[in-house]
Design a protein around this ligand. Structure first.
Ligand SMILES: [Cu+2]
Length: 317
């Protein structure tokens, strides 16, 4: 299993070695925007694995004491990114935001497009949505392909509050969370955690040595991401279409062309899917796998974190 993974990981390099190849196997392949024709910056790295991290916290002023750690493990071969989550404090059931809001028992969370400016959660703007699916269609976890790629809780479920505010480490794989190409990348973004009526309760930047936002010890450098620097980031959140449409309630995707054309908002598929983008190959599975991690697992280690080894985590592919 491990050897086959390593073999797969060499494929991007082989593609680069062929000057006439654009990494696509179809003569009808779309012409890629120049910005997508990028090679992973760690192409000379011998490791097939890359990491990022985010410490998502409430502000001191809020006195909420929310701290959720996210860790991302990605692969050069385009297999799904692994997302590991642990709530260290503050995610209580019957959460009322200090008595100011109706109680909620679970928390939505997303990758947002922009890193925080001066700690402002509002400055994170909207969900990462590199294929422009918009929020016009309600994300259905059965069809993650048609969810905003940054809508992690839409695809995998909210974080359920607990009596002590902690959630043991757990993890899942996600086909649509990407380290590359750069404009699809989670690098240079942030994560926002929400309470009642989408209130922004906590946030934190996604940092990694791969884009210069973390040093080798995983301390934040304060530098802009080399992947998504301020000049490439949106300057405002996009206006979302309303009302929202639940386009599929069933367990089978109902997405023929007629159906798509009948939907009230422009639907970007199939324009330029992630699977058609250079260097990116979707995993063989579009569904996700969740894994419960040992509760005694340390949470403050620097990546590569323990338990990330294939055998230890019981990967089935
Ligand atoms: Cu959000």
């Amino acid at each position: 299993m491990l050897s086959s993974l390593l073999t797969l990981a060499t494929l991007p390099f082989l593609a680069f070695a062929l000057p006439s190849s654009n990494g696509l196997d179809s003569s009808s392949a779309p012409i890629l925007p120049r910005s997508l024709q990028v090679r992973p910056r760690w192409e000379d790295d011998t490791s097939p694995t890359v990491w990022a991290r985010a410490d998502v916290k409430s502000t001191e002023a809020s006195k909420l004491d929310i701290h959720v750690r996210f860790e991302f493990e990605g692969y050069l071969d385009g297999t799904p990114t692994f997302v590991k989550i642990k709530a260290l404090s503050g995610l209580y059931s019957n959460f009322t935001n200090g008595g100011t809001q109706p109680a909620v028992n679970s928390f939505a969370y997303h990758i947002h497009t922009n890193p925080l400016v001066n700690g402002s959660f509002a400055s994170a703007f909207a969900h990462l949505d590199t294929l422009n699916l918009t929020e016009g269609y309600i994300c259905n976890p059965a069809f993650p392909k048609y969810c905003q790629n940054g809508d992690l809780s839409g695809k995998h479920g909210n974080l359920n509050g607990t009596s002590n505010g902690k959630i043991p480490a757990f993890a899942y794989s996600d086909d649509f969370v990407r380290f590359f190409p750069e404009e699809f990348s989670l690098l240079g973004r942030s994560i926002i955690l929400h309470g009642f009526n989408k209130t922004r309760l906590a946030g934190g930047d996604i940092i990694s040595p791969y884009d210069g936002t973390a040093d080798v010890h995983w301390n934040p450098t304060g530098k802009p991401s080399t992947y998504n620097p301020p000049s490439s980031l949106p300057t405002r959140a996009p206006v979302q279409p309303t009302p929202a449409i639940i386009w599929s309630n069933g367990t089978v995707a109902d997405l023929n062309r007629t159906k798509l054309d009948s939907l009230p908002y422009p639907f970007p598929f199939p324009l330029l899917g992630i699977s058609e983008s250079l260097n990116v190959k979707l995993g063989s599975k579009e569904n996700t796998k969740g894994i419960k991690l040992p509760t005694n697992e340390p949470s403050d280690e620097a990546p590569p974190f323990k338990g990330s080894q294939l055998g230890t985590w019981g990967w089935s592919w």
